[in-house]
Design a protein around this ligand. Structure first.
Ligand SMILES: CSC[C@H]1O[C@@H](n2cnc3c(O)ncnc32)[C@H](O)[C@@H]1O
Ligand SMILES: [Zn+2]
Length: 420
């Protein structure tokens, strides 16, 4: 049992009692209700739900700063993919641990990832104590032999993740994008998602160039094309980016209940464009937030994404009311939980105990009113305590699950291999 005593939660001072991996009670907890509970003093701290990052390539922490100031296709073809050819389980494992440390330190408790070498990723996630949805990233480049290999790999990894029997680590399918995956592969992904009851995580409509490629090949915009062969039918889909969309595509997204992972910083840095979030919100589409990988962001601090999503759309729409503070905060909490189908993203009795505490004694969090505003517009993301699945992962700024110094040392070592 864990008791968070006297924290500021859901608008008032109260206690939070955690039993197992769930929140048992919120309110006043009496001595008789707790046996051997670990007590965390919440005085002067605010408790918020752990943040949910819905689009990452976590081992790409090791690609931070290696190829800046480039457009997507040049970035991928000339820098990222050649370096990714050197990856192995060990490199990915240490890169993932580095990413987990960064996310925990900035208040993220769950992430939705697409990458290669999932055994290394899953091992690191398990050790770090984080919650994650892991998809093997599939690319067949329209080649039949590659397609068969990718489908086998994807199925193998779903079975592998399931075999871990760890409720914090869930499988998904990750076809990279319509410009790198054939129709046959995408149709097989739809069948596998139904067979294993797993979500699909895919890049959609990130740049004008890729949309042009899909239109030249199929005569249709990407969402229209995928919808034409039932890709969105009967499955849960999280689509990253969604920057350039036609009205017809937005209609499909609404009809098919598609979840959007909005990645404003990656989109700005790669000069891909700005997603029409206010328009999607008006249609009732579920908007969540993702950082994307560290090669294009260049960090995993979701608080930055919250702030940018709240201010960017005001600026481009010349309207300060379009994405309000609480709306942006919900992108990173409630909405992310909905997309990933987990009972998290809110501090409520019966919900998963994924809780973050922030010490309010910081110059940028005074005066201590309008806390939601501070979290969105003023906070830098450095949190103090993190509980995931009912376990204390960070306490008073110290990560308890991994040896941080060793990870930093290994990250440098792995980077040397990648750049050699
Ligand atoms: C198939 S695993 C994931 C694959 O995606 C690459 N990637 C990283 N960021 C982006 C992005 O913004 N758009 C498209 N692809 C991206 C990553 O390097 C892996 O190769
Ligand atoms: Zn991505």
């Amino acid at each position: 049992m864990i008791l968070i005593k006297d924290a500021f939660v859901n608008g008032k001072r109260q206690d939070i009692l955690i039993e197992g991996n769930k929140i048992k009670k919120i309110g006043e907890v009496k001595k008789e209700e707790i046996e051997n509970a670990e007590i965390i003093d919440g005085k002067n701290k605010i408790a918020i739900p752990g943040l949910i990052n819905t689009h990452t390539h976590i081992p790409m922490t090791l690609f931070r700063g290696v190829a800046d100031d480039l457009p997507l296709m040049e970035w991928l073809n000339n820098y990222i993919w050649p370096m990714e050819a050197k990856l192995n389980e060990e490199i990915v494992y240490w890169g993932t641990l580095l990413g987990c440390i960064e996310m925990v330190r900035s208040g993220t408790t769950t992430f939705n990832d697409m990458y290669f070498f999932l055994e290394g990723i899953a091992k690191a996630v398990d050790e770090s104590g984080m919650r994650a949805v892991l998809a093997y990233g599939m690319i067949d480049l329209f080649d039949e032999e590659k397609r068969e290999k990718e489908i086998k790999n994807a199925e193998k990894y779903i079975n592998y993740i399931n075999s871990l029997n760890n409720s914090r680590i869930m499988p998904a399918l990750g076809p990279h994008a319509p410009y790198t995956c054939s129709k046959e592969l995408l149709m097989e992904v739809n069948s596998l998602a139904k067979k294993y009851n797993v979500p699909i995580h895919i890049h959609m409509n990130e740049t004008l160039d890729e949309i042009k490629m899909v239109k030249e090949k199929t005569g249709m915009e990407p969402f229209v094309y995928l919808n034409s062969f039932g890709f969105f039918d009967g499955v849960r889909v999280i689509t990253a980016h969604c920057v350039h969309l036609t009205d017809e595509e937005i209609k499909i997204m609404k009809e098919k209940n598609i979840n959007v992972s909005h990645n404003p910083i990656s989109n700005l840095k790669l000069a891909s464009g700005i997603a029409p979030i206010p328009k999607l919100l008006n249609e009732g589409i579920n908007i969540t937030l993702g950082t994307d990988g560290c090669g294009s962001n260049n960090n995993l601090n979701l608080f930055e994404e919250i702030k940018v999503s709240a201010i960017l759309h005001k600026g481009v729409n010349l309207n300060p009311t379009v994405v309000k503070a609480e709306t942006a905060f919900n992108f990173a909490t409630k909405n992310g939980a909905k997309a990933l189908n987990i009972k998290a993203g809110e501090i409520k009795e019966g919900y998963l105990a994924d809780i973050v505490l922030i010490n309010l004694d910081k110059p940028y969090l005074y005066p201590k009113e309008n806390i939601m505003s501070h979290l969105v517009y003023a906070f830098n993301g450095f949190v103090d305590d993190v509980i995931i699945d009912g376990n204390i992962v960070m306490r008073d700024g110290k990560i308890l699950t991994v040896d941080e110094e060793k990870v930093y040392e290994k990250a440098e070592e792995m980077y040397e291999i990648l750049r050699s």
